[in-house]
Write a protein that binds this ligand. Structure first.
Ligand code: ADP
Ligand code: NA
Length: 330
């Protein structure tokens, strides 16, 4: 049996990944890359849908690439590339836009949510057609599996619909992908407001652990995580969201089941518990931080890796684009 093709990507939209991105995306990608032929993209074209300072964007692309590698994506085994380096993405998005219904695109909840903030009239058209660009990203690589968070499921469903529609209208051209939804257990909450997920869009970053934070800062943030006064260490997402979140983090970083951790910390205070969480997080993240900074110190080597991977990605993507163009009569 041939290995499944896997495709996923993240936007270069902040200076550092946070703990949620690490546990909810990067850690899972690292595991999946052994099970298939994986393409991991830095989706800079998608990032343009919110206004960016060009210099900042360029630096964020490099920083994200370095974090992918430092976090365990092997750029020889997997294809780790920058979306805009592969021209086929923009071209495929146009082809697919011509078979997407306006009503169908209007039903995408992420556009509704994002445009609601400033009003639909103020939103750019790129934000509206974002799911079509994403569909092309996935279809270009004959993808079988798309590891995504639940919030992206609707976009993968659209991708499947477009692939099936295209195949029916123009003949079998695309492989129809399946979403691989990453479990809720992998959801990390904000340390200061554990009822909401850790997100770069929070108003303050007091509850966010950045991968590139200095270890001392990480320890401080974990030690001052909001908990409760009940004093017991157990899972209760409703009444004890802070402790539940810390248990989830400790489990993710030690690979140990939550039940084991609950048994081990039974009767201990929050101070000792938080100390153990901080230690586990630092043990894993410090080497990743160091490696990221090393990679950023050697831009020529990073460029060499990204150029070679863009070539590998283009070889696959161009062949699919060509198939689609010929099928459509171009
Ligand atoms: P953010 O919410 O900070 O804007 P993104 O939406 O860019 O993060 O998400 C990038 C990836 O990280 C996605 O695969 C998403 O599912 C995952 N992710 C983001 N936040 C979390 C979180 N708090 N817990 C688990 N996974 C997360
Ligand atoms: Na987000």
């Amino acid at each position: 049996m041939t290995k499944p093709r896997i495709y996923s990507g993240m936007q270069p939209s902040s200076g550092s990944l946070h703990l949620g991105n690490y546990v909810g995306a990067l850690m899972q990608w690292r595991e999946l890359q052994a099970e298939g032929e994986a393409f991991f993209s830095i989706v800079d074209l998608h990032a343009l849908t919110s206004a960016k300072d060009p210099k900042v964007l360029r630096q964020q692309v490099r920083t994200l690439a370095a974090q992918y590698i430092a976090g365990g994506i092997d750029p020889e085994a997997s294809c780790l590339y920058v979306q805009s380096h592969v021209a086929a993405h923009s071209q495929m998005a146009w082809l697919l836009s011509t078979i997407t219904g306006f009503g169908e695109a209007s039903r995408m909840t992420q556009f509704k949510d994002k445009s609601a903030k400033e009003g639909v009239e103020a939103a750019n058209v790129g934000l509206f057609t974002y799911p079509i660009l994403m569909a092309g990203d996935i279809l270009l690589y004959d993808t079988d599996l798309v590891p995504v968070g639940g919030d992206q499921k609707q976009h993968v469903e659209l991708t499947r619909d477009l692939a099936e529609r295209f195949n029916k209208r123009f003949g079998k051209t695309f492989r129809v992908p399946k979403p691989h939804i990453l479990g809720e257990t992998a959801r990390i909450m904000d340390l200061q407001d554990p009822t909401r997920k850790m997100s770069k869009s929070a108003e303050t970053d007091k509850g966010i652990i950045w991968l590139l934070d200095e270890p001392g800062k990480t320890v401080k943030k974990i030690k001052s995580a909001v908990t409760d006064t009940d004093g017991s260490i157990r899972v209760d997402a409703e009444n004890k969201p802070g402790v539940t979140n810390l248990l989830g983090i400790l489990s993710a970083f030690t690979g140990r089941p939550i039940d084991d951790l609950v048994a081990e910390f039974d009767g201990q205070g929050y101070g000792a518990f938080k100390g153990a969480v901080a230690e586990a997080v630092i043990d894993e993240l410090s080497p990743i931080r160091d490696r990221t900074l090393d990679l950023l110190d050697d831009p020529a080597e990073l460029d060499r890796i990204l150029d070679a991977n863009a070539e590998r990605a283009s070889a696959v993507a161009d062949a699919t684009l060509d198939r689609a163009m010929v099928a459509m009569g171009l």
